[in-house]
Ligand binder design. Structure first.
Ligand code: PRX
Length: 663
């Protein structure tokens, strides 16, 4: 047996034996130095939740300190700290500079090609003020929506904080989304400006961005008056006079002093679109004081962050909520030194991440299970090339982590000295809700453990009764400061989606979960038609609507099929119009069409041709049965189908055509 194989099998045995252990106590060494190692916060929060939250809020820098905590006079439209005045940009920048920490590095930025730049808090404050002035000169002010469509470059943070500084509301779209998705999000939010880039880099290649924005005519939308363009790759980039302006020229011409506006705590901070049950994305609206309280508090509590000592790295993209809360607002409000990374985990080689950890001495790493599974598949040789001894805490987010990936992360990356915090939360919750406290909560691989202080979670049955042990609807029973305030422009959908099933005081999460005998929560998955691909939320309805918009397609049903790498993968059942014949070319075109309409993440991994789809008598597609077919199981109960024969036909088609999988 080759040495590599031997060490691989030793590792397998080690992981297996580790997994026989069900609970893991916080490592002693970690406990000794932790910020929080007793349950006094829990006790304080239980005895007076509103007082507890007000204390957390007061950790921030207010222009006018709030005297009130929760205003619950009109549920579910809760307000927090409503008589306080605050600014998020001030808390993330000026506060640290004023305290003498202007020279502290906020971001060690590492570009795709290995470029390195250190951005201090003072650097960011300077450019943020200039951009804020530039935006103001272009007529942007309080409550105007500004779109941001940028890769992982420092300008994305500057753009967000420049908006926050002047009370404009940012609407960041993940760089991997298609220009068509950007256009839709700009249209529905009536954005007045968009900050974008000439081109982006990915694994050594470059792609034009601004020109694709032009092709989609985003600049011609009714409300869109300004496109600010960052020069990144030198890509071909036609500029429309009067409307488009180079970022660097705007900054050069701008005054470098722009005092942060004194805003109400409930002033809107940002909109972030996420997938829901229908084809149109939901614009989650977060406001300033409550959100910032939630993210700053949880950054300290869950990551045990010590800003003078730690080097923190959250590997998410700023375009997702994880990036908003745990790259920008949480860590920056705490004055952290972070890594910001533009690259891909396997470029230039599969040790890219571990090289970053070694280079900057990363102490806290926060990532997604899908990335851990990929690293696990590539093998231990890559992390073993690097010195990872600085890591002292590891976090995961976005999807349930399978115990083997947990054990690998803990052993290979964390050297068993770093506790693993599996953090459960959502775009809507703004901040982490269920998670171990690293020095306090014994962990069980695969469980996010228990709600944080001040958060009350429960599992309910169909009638709203609490289930102490077993599976049901996950709910949050008490409002919390960082919760969404509404869906942008659609209060009715907000109430209907989250507060109808169990009433206006119980937030319906949209996940199924179970509680075990120790009161630990285990997230099972979504209860709505949302699927989770590599920790990213995708709406089946949105993908279906993209597929049926393609020529010759009559109908489509999309499901999340279990997948070893990405957790779930997009599988589409597609029915063609009479006369059209399925073939590989059509399959390829449909997949490309979805990528273009929504983004590459939404592209079906597998297409299964179907003559008909299983429907109930009322015409509802039974996805449960489609999942059975796709995952190769005997179909479950078919008695409620309008035409039970459909299932046999479908199974036969899958067999005959050998629809075994994707490319
Ligand atoms: O299903 C849960 C899953 O991701 C959903 C939220 O997705 P999104 O709003 O995009 O936010 C992702 C990052 C916060 C949840 O409804 N999810 C998130 N974290 C976990 C998780 N499932 C299991 N365990 C987690 N730690």
């Amino acid at each position: 047996m080759a040495t590599d194989e031997k060490s691989q099998s030793d590792l397998e045995a080690e992981l297996q034996s580790l997994l026989e252990q069900e609970r893991f106590d916080p490592p002693e060494e970690f406990v000794r130095q932790a910020l929080v190692s007793d349950d006094s916060l829990h006790r304080r929060a239980d005895e007076d939740p509103n007082g507890f939250w007000l204390e957390q809020a007061r950790e921030l820098d207010w222009f006018t300190e709030p005297s009130e905590s929760l205003d619950d006079s009109n549920p579910p439209f809760y307000r927090w700290f409503a008589d306080g005045k605050i600014n998020a940009s001030h808390n993330c920048l000026d506060r640290h500079v004023e305290a003498g920490n202007g020279d502290r590095v906020a971001f060690h930025w590492r570009g795709e090609q290995g470029e390195e730049e250190d951005w201090t808090y003072a650097d960011l404050l300077r450019d943020t003020q200039k951009l804020a002035n530039g935006l103001k000169e272009r007529g942007i002010g309080r409550e105007d929506v500004v779109g941001i469509f940028l890769p992982m470059i420092p300008e994305v943070v500057i753009a967000m904080l420049a908006c926050a500084r002047i009370g404009a509301v940012h609407n960041v779209v993940f760089g991997g989304f298609s220009p068509e998705s950007v256009s839709e999000r700009m249209k529905v939010s009536e954005a007045k400006a968009l900050v974008t880039v000439d081109g982006a880099r990915r694994k050594g290649k470059t792609a034009e961005v601004k020109s694709t924005v032009d092709e989609e005519r985003i600049g011609d939308l009714d409300h869109m008056e300004t496109l600010v363009v960052v020069k990144r790759t030198g890509a071909d980039c036609p500029m429309t006079e009067g409307r488009d302006v180079w970022y660097h020229e705007l900054l050069e011409a701008a005054d470098d002093e722009c005092p942060a506006e004194e805003l109400d705590a409930e002033h809107p901070l940002f909109i972030l679109y996420t997938s829901g049950s229908t084809a149109s994305p939901k614009g989650i609206l977060h406001t300033t004081g409550g959100y910032l309280t939630g993210v700053a508090h949880t950054t300290r509590l869950v990551f045990d962050l010590k800003p003078e000592e730690d080097v923190y790295w959250c590997s998410a993209d700023v375009g997702w909520v994880t990036g908003h809360s745990y790259i920008v607002y949480g860590p920056m409000a705490c004055g952290a030194t972070s890594v910001m990374w533009e690259g891909a985990p396997d470029y230039p080689d599969k040790d890219a991440w571990w090289a970053v950890c070694e280079r900057y001495g990363v102490t806290i790493l926060y990532t997604a299970p899908t990335a851990i599974r990929a690293a696990m598949k590539w093998g231990v040789e890559y992390p073993e090339r690097r010195d990872l001894s600085s890591l002292r805490l590891l976090g995961t987010v976005g999807e349930p982590i399978n115990p083997k990936a947990w054990a690998w992360y803990h052993t290979v990356i964390g050297g068993r000295r770093a506790p693993v915090v599996d953090t459960w939360w959502q775009t809507e919750t703004g901040a982490i809700m269920i998670s171990p406290l690293p020095a306090l909560t014994p962990t069980k691989p695969g469980s996010a453990t228990k709600p944080l202080p001040g958060i009350e979670a429960a599992v309910l049955d169909e009638d709203g009764s609490e289930i102490e042990e077993g599976q049901g609807y996950l709910v949050l029973k008490r409002p919390w400061p960082a919760m969404l305030r509404t869906l942008y422009g659609d209060d009715d959908r907000f109430v209907e989606t989250y507060f109808e099933k169990f009433g206006r005081e119980t937030y319906l999460v949209g996940d199924a979960a179970r509680k075990d005998e120790d009161g630990y929560f285990w997230i099972v998955g979504r209860i709505d038609d949302v699927i989770n691909v590599s920790g990213h939320r995708m709406s089946t309805a949105e993908i279906e609507s993209a597929i049926v918009s393609y020529e010759h397609v009559a109908e489509s049903a999309v499901i999340g099929q279990e997948d070893e790498d990405s957790g779930q993968a997009v599988t589409a059942f597609v029915t063609l119009e009479g006369g059209a014949e399925p073939d590989d070319e059509l399959e390829g075109s449909i997949r490309e069409h979805v990528a273009q309409r929504i983004g590459k993440l939404a592209r079906p991994k597998r297409i299964i041709w179907a003559d008909d789809l299983p429907k109930t008598r009322s015409g509802k597609i039974m996805r449960r049965l489609l999942r059975d077919i796709a995952e190769g199981r005997e179909a479950g109960d078919v008695s409620t189908l309008r035409e039970p024969g459909v299932m046999d036909d479908l199974a036969e088609q899958v067999r005959q055509r050998g629809d075994g999988g994707d490319e």
